[in-house]
Ligand binder design. Structure first.
Ligand code: GDP
Ligand code: GDP
Length: 437
């Protein structure tokens, strides 16, 4: 099920980060061995009344002058329109309506995406009247909040989740495998997509304010249907490197969220970079199937050792996705692409794998017999039984005597045992430990 994406758009200093931090609460996952992505807080997972969603902050770096602010806000609005399900447009109730607000509102009015207008810094009821002038923006009733005190957040969240599509709808057994091709610019994503879909796709012109929903490509190969989710988006040159990276990450987040399998595309002529690590981290954290695709293999000077050495470097730098298979391809010549397609099918089936409770518990008790859990805090961990609670990714609940004493290394051991017996190639797995009362 694809989690909805909510994007915050607004001028600098209206309170976007304050709101972001409040909604993220303690839920920002700091997963030790996933690099980069979680630390710079571009996105977080949030939840309201059982509705899970991904919140993204489109705010870039702090611009210095008025015209740069405008330029940046246009970009923010575009990215929000392109990637999100609901747009949260934030304005400043203390400062009042500004020309930049009006301009952005105009862009947002043109999209079909729902927009929730939020007036921040309404710290008490006496300030409610400050919200009236924002009716002039023509994007509906403003919701007043105070991000710093938390006032009004409940009403705001009610308004947001109202716009979520029926979450049960897309949980059906889809016939097609959804694939996101992610990677840094120039890795060869569009080339691969073009080759797979066998046609040059039209590129939408770069007119400011034009909306552009992601263009997905349905491709039938043999008996199988694939949906390739586009992440290329509008190509735009920006002088600010941080912005370019931020926006390409935000795009990738949106695509990953909808995918079953992510192809993490690496430029074989360049080797692995920090940005590759970040992008791979997105797929891993989102719990998607992952295949590392090394592209441009035709252009790499190689002997019989090159592939092995490249693989070693990958395992080293992307150690947090050691479960992901590696494919060496050339989008240009078509080399090894049929093999990659087989791999996508395999990983998709592993990602959706369901293991019967009986077999699962046989494997677990055998694993425990071979290697007893270490004593933690003077206590021995006891595992009573395990059961798989969901797929995509496969998620297992272990009922234990004390969930506080599960050592990280033992958890890893259990995961490896599961992988040894059941495969689970290319998919993250989640282990949850619950005390049995
Ligand atoms: P961003 O640039 O949009 O991310 O804005 P920040 O979240 O960094 O906030 C800008 C300033 O506004 C900070 O000094 C915040 O403390 C302040 N601020 C944020 N929310 C509120 C609020 O609800 N009321 C008041 N009075 N100030 C706020
Ligand atoms: P994207 O930004 O990730 O979508 O990358 P593109 O598909 O636009 O490709 C970037 C550049 O790499 C283009 O000049 C392509 O012709 C080139 N390229 C893409 N795939 C291959 C490949 O397999 N081999 C070689 N030699 N060049 C490639």
């Amino acid at each position: 099920m694809a989690k909805p994406i909510v994007a915050i758009v607004g001028r600098p200093n209206v309170g976007k980060s304050t709101l972001f931090n409040r909604l993220a609460g303690k839920r920002i996952a700091i997963i030790e061995d996933t690099p980069g992505v979680t630390r710079d807080r571009i996105y977080c997972e949030s939840e309201w009344l059982g509705h899970k969603f991904t919140l993204i902050d489109t705010g870039g770096i702090e611009p210095e002058s008025e015209d740069i602010i405008l330029q940046q806000m246009r970009k923010q609005a575009e990215i929000a329109i392109e990637t999100s399900d609901v747009i949260l447009f934030m304005v400043d109730g203390k400062e009042g309506l500004t020309p930049a607000d009006t301009e952005v509102a105009e862009m947002l009015r043109k999209t079909r995406k729902p927009v929730v207008l939020v007036v921040n810094k309404v710290d008490n009821l006496n300030l409610e009247a400050n919200a009236f002038e924002f009716y002039n923006l023509g994007i509906g009733d403003p919701v007043t909040i105070s991000a710093s005190s938390g006032l009004g957040l409940g009403d705001m969240l009610d308004e947001i989740i109202k716009h979520f599509k029926d979450e049960e709808d897309d949980d059906s057994q889809d016939a097609e495998i959804k694939v996101a091709i992610i990677g840094k610019p120039n890795a060869g994503k569009s080339s691969l997509l073009n080759r797979l879909s066998g046609e040059e796709r039209s590129i939408v012109s770069d007119i400011p304010g034009t909306t552009r929903d992601a263009i997905d490509s349905y491709v039938i190969i043999g008996e199988d249907k694939f949906l390739f989710i586009d992440t290329a988006g509008i190509r735009r040159k920006s002088k600010v490197k941080e912005d370019v990276e931020r926006y390409s990450v935000l795009r990738a987040i949106a695509a990953v969220e909808r995918a079953d399998v992510c192809l993490v595309m690496i430029d074989g002529t360049e080797g692995i970079t920090e940005q590759d690590e970040k992008i791979a981290g997105l797929a891993h954290e989102a719990g998607k199937g992952v295949i590392i695709v090394v592209n441009k293999w035709d252009a790499v000077e190689k002997d019989d050792k090159t592939m092995n050495e490249f693989s070693k470097t990958i395992r080293n730098k992307l150690s947090f996705i050691s479960y992901a298979p590696i494919a060496f391809i050339s989008a240009k010549t078509g080399q090894k692409i049929p093999k990659m397609i087989e791999l996508i099918k395999h990983v998709a089936s592993q990602h959706a794998l369901r293991i019967k409770t009986g077999v699962l518990n046989e494997v677990i008790s055998e694993a425990v017999m071979m290697k007893q859990p270490p004593i933690e805090k003077g206590k021995a961990l006891k595992i009573y039984y395990a059961t798989q609670v969901s797929t995509k990714p496969p998620t297992f609940v272990f009922f234990v005597n004390d969930s506080e004493i599960v050592h990280f290394s033992y958890e890893r051991y259990l995961e490896n045992q599961l992988r040894q017996h059941f495969g689970l190639d290319g998919t993250p797995v989640r282990l949850i430990f619950r005390p049995k009362k």
